[in-house]
Design a protein around this ligand. Sequence first.
Ligand code: CA
Ligand code: CA
Length: 350
Amino acid sequence: MKAPLYIFILFLFFLNGCLHTEPRENKASIPSAPKESSVVSKKGMVQIPGGTLSMGGDNDQADLNEFPKHEVEVASFWMDETEVTNAQFAVFVKGTNYLTVAERAISWEDLKKEVPPNTPKPPDSLLQPGALVFKPTDQPVSLNNPGAWWHWTIGANWRHPEGPKSNIRDKMDHPVTQIAWEDATAYAAWSGKRLPTEAEWEWASRGGLENAVYPWGDEDVNAGAPKANFWQGMFPYENKKTDGYFTTAPVKSFPPNAYGLYDMAGNVWEWCNDWFDFDFYKNEGAKKSNTKGPAKGYNPYMPHQQEKIIRGGSFLCNDDYCSGYRNSRRMGSSVDTGLNHTGFRCVVDP
Ligand SMILES: [Ca+2]
Ligand SMILES: [Ca+2]
């Protein structure tokens, strides 16, 4: 009895990237920067100096796709000192009536064009607006099987990050989550900013420290006072919560890096502008000054979907799983996917 549902949940996990339609009226109305302000407010932002980034893995936890380490010139820019919060995102939505991807209708007619031929139509009861929500397992499980802890949840969206019964009333200073890449870019455009490139993100995360593993340096993530919001204990079933937070934490709950940026490690993954190509660092394009990444993405483990880069890890990361809090850790996420461990921050040119 369990097998079909389980397979379907996995199906949804892997195909969530094409689950949501893009209503033309919503797309057409993606808001631009408020006209009254020709100068973008740099309140809550810090200036990041330009320089030469030594980009890529620094220790033996680094994945193959973090190599080869290579140099990239990065021009100066300004960056939000925190992840975009629920309070900030609420101002955007109130001013624009923007509807996030997770709140939009799902069309099987569109979806079936992007799945293998003869994929059966899921029941209508499941083809409803929603997003993926993390739930801890009740026992140790194989870490190769994200379907065991990610659950397609109808009614999950940025206002209800853990499902329809959850809310953000006491989380207005937490990072906004359940944000698809296009939601993040719409917010950035409205605020007159943009998403960082992957190189800018890593350069900023390093905070001027060359070849350090973490934004704070090389001290082990598990040593001393909590350095970031991540997962302590056996993922995904036992969270000892010694940092005080099971899911998101209010922004600025942990010390900033040397550039004054908070939560570059952990709390929520952050969207970047670049496509995720697993082998991009092997290309000459990776070494271009101010590289904007590859022209399209390729993830050999998810060949059917186009993914954008996410950086910095989340409250779900630990050393046994993704060690996403390392400066060089790179992951791809489907552009239309909402997850309750993914948000973003913006940058702006000087
Ligand atoms: Ca935590
Ligand atoms: Ca973060």
